[in-house]
Design a protein around this ligand. Structure first.
Ligand code: NAD
Ligand code: GLY
Length: 312
């Protein structure tokens, strides 16, 4: 197991990365405040991993579960309210600990519930998609969507720990893996060019989900995110670098009404558009665009916006 640290003074927390961590009580027990625990997950992830996590926790905690419906369409106030209802009905007090078991959608909703339940309770992120492992579970941005905009209702609320069991990627569809890789490439572009070379070299191992390649890739990505978050927790400046390609990407997602295109796919094309803009402004060498396009293509990510968005 590898442990990284998000350095935020007395709110610092570990990111634990390893195989089989879902079965390791030691990954969770130090971060559970008292006996009460509420695991929040969804109807896709629960049949795969909920029983294992519950077994691990039940040695030292009383475990309740809130099951949400799957998908971005359920990252809303109705799901938030379902968690609140369940916490209150089951009489959870201010020392309860919430645990998010799922992708970025479950993580963002659970984090927001933790930020607000009885003015704030601790929570632990257990990300199960690559995107959630390398991005959304780290850094404390929590939110739900509003019909008028994505992530419009939220809070900064850091988790107590991030527990990444890389084995759960075994069940992740290849398309979701590729979407997460867009965020991994982002770290190579913004901070670590040698990491970009490593990804280029390891494409086959990554796509085969070789444990060693996945572990290294996740650890490098999380370290990059942890460094940025530690220096600018609430995005007053530097943290905006993590949004590379996201402005264009959000335009694609909005154009598609958040259907058909995954977030990471839109970010992949968005990074190409941002690169193209930088070249036009004279800030980047033209070769960068071709190199990025070639890498995204090898990773089976889109390199053009949706047909209907392109000029005739
Ligand atoms: P997601 O949570 O919808 O997960 C994608 C799909 O994979 C879902 O159907 C999910 O149920 C399924 N799944 C999850 N784990 C699985 C597993 N191990 N095996 C099989 N299926 C599995 O999507 P995502 O890409 O993880 O996250 C996207 C969300 O994250 C968006 O809402 C985005 O706004 C948010 N996000 C937040 C931050 C942040 O800093 N908070 C950063 C980036 C993205
Ligand atoms: N995903 C962008 C951020 O965490 O700031």
């Amino acid at each position: 197991m590898k442990t990284l640290n998000v350095d935020l003074g007395d709110r610092s927390y570990p990111i634990m990365i390893g195989r089989g961590l879902l079965d390791a009580p030691g990954s969770f027990q130090p971060f559970v405040a008292h006996r009460q625990v509420m695991v929040v997950t969804n109807d896709v992830v629960a049949p795969l991993y909920l029983e294992r996590l519950t077994r691990t926790l039940s040695g030292f905690a009383d475990v309740d579960v809130t099951l949400l419906e799957d998908g971005e369409g359920h990252k809303n106030l109705a799901s938030f309210e379902r968690i609140m209802d369940h916490l209150l009905t089951q009489r959870h007090n201010r020392t309860t600990t919430l645990i998010a078991l799922g992708g970025g959608v479950v993580g963002d909703i659970t984090g927001f519930a933790a930020a607000t339940y009885q003015r704030g309770v601790p929570f632990i992120q257990v990300p199960t998609t690559l995107l959630a492992m390398v991005d959304s579970s780290v850094g404390g941005k929590t939110a739900v969507n509003h019909p008028q905009g994505k992530n419009m209702i939220g809070a900064f609320h850091q988790p107590r720990a991030v527990v990444i069991d890389t084995d759960v990627l075994g069940s992740l569809p290849q398309r979701e893996l590729a979407a997460g890789l867009a965020e991994v490439i982002k770290y190579g572009l913004i901070a670590r060019s040698e990491f970009l070379d490593w990804i280029d070299d390891q494409v086959v191992n990554i796509q085969r989900k070789e444990p060693e390649a996945l572990g290294y890739m996740i650890s490098e990505s999380c370290q990059c995110k942890a460094d940025v978050v530690a220096s600018d927790e609430t995005e007053k400046g530097l943290r905006a670098i993590l949004n590379l390609g996201h402005t264009f990407g959000h335009a694609i997602e909005a154009f598609c009404e958040y259907k058909n295109w995954l977030h990471g796919e839109a970010v992949a094309v968005g990074m190409l558009m941002a690169t193209d803009l930088s070249i036009r402004l004279g800030w980047l060498e033209p070769e960068t665009l071709e190199r990025l396009k070639a890498l995204l293509t090898r990773l089976e990510l889109p390199v053009r916006p949706p047909q209907a968005m392109q000029p005739e």
